[in-house]
Design a protein around this ligand. Structure first.
Ligand SMILES: N[C@@H](CCC(=O)N[C@@H](CS)C(=O)NCC(=O)O)C(=O)O
Length: 222
């Protein structure tokens, strides 16, 4: 039975992007259903699949997995050839640590710079919390790319890159200043064919979520 990924709006749903991108880059076949986060029946439809009532949710036959990081772990276990985690035990521990750091943290950045794929690139002044998160993420990316050789965090694209992919979008959209190493890393992610596919779909969506539009009541579009 095919994998089936339930996700939110491609323009805004940063958690949804993570497993979607991993599935695409790993060339794993899957069906997908997009439910707008503001659809009247969003909660009812998603809660029927996962008590958490949030997307993404992965369905694999009778198996239901929620939480983006748990989905990536499931894919890594079920499809080891996809190489979603590094083979080396210390590199794998490093990858899991930074993936967990992303999953559990960077709230100031996430609040201040919501993912908004269709917004034209325009800088936004950072508050102190977001600036601190940017510095930490730049250090994570720079260290990984120097230590493991790039172009992705641990060489080839993997689960850690999937976890940070929405941050790449945020840094790009809000023209956040980063180091040369972080910029090179962002270019590697943004050059993925799957990136272009997600962007085209996101820009084709007509839903507008005001709380994710930092220019509200203006809704600038590419
Ligand atoms: N920790 C969860 C976060 C999931 C999450 O917050 N998803 C958002 C969309 S990006 C959502 O479903 N929001 C709807 C809601 O909370 O009602 C994960 O990693 O999957």
């Amino acid at each position: 039975m095919a994998l089936h990924l339930i996700i939110g709006n491609k323009n805004y749903s940063s958690w949804s992007l993570r497993p979607w991108l991993a599935l695409k880059v790993a060339k794993l076949a899957f069906d997908e259903t997009v439910i707008s986060l503001e659809a009247k029946d969003f909660k009812a439809r998603v809660t029927a699949l996962s008590g958490a009532g949030r997307v993404p949710v992965l369905l694999d036959g009778d198996v239901r997995i929620w939480e983006s990081l748990a989905i990536l772990e499931y894919l890594a276990e079920k499809f080891p050839a996809a190489g979603l985690w590094p083979r080396d035990v210390s590199a794998r521990a490093h990858a899991r640590a930074i993936a967990s750091e992303m999953h559990a943290g960077f709230l100031p950045l996430r609040r201040h710079l919501p993912m908004n794929v269709a917004r034209p690139v325009k800088s936004r002044a950072l508050d102190d919390g977001a600036a601190g998160d940017v510095a930490r993420i730049d250090a994570i990316w720079s260290e990984c790319c120097a230590k493991f050789g790039g172009p992705f965090l641990f060489g080839p694209f993997g689960a850690a890159d999937a976890m940070y992919a929405p941050v790449v979008w945020r840094f790009h959209t809000y023209a956040v200043g980063v180091s040369a190493a972080a910029r090179d890393y962002m270019h590697a992610v943004m050059n993925l064919p799957a990136w272009t596919e997600w962007r085209a779909a996101a820009r084709g969506e007509t839903w507008v979520l005001p709380h994710d539009e930092v220019d509200w009541p203006n809704v600038p579009r590419e």
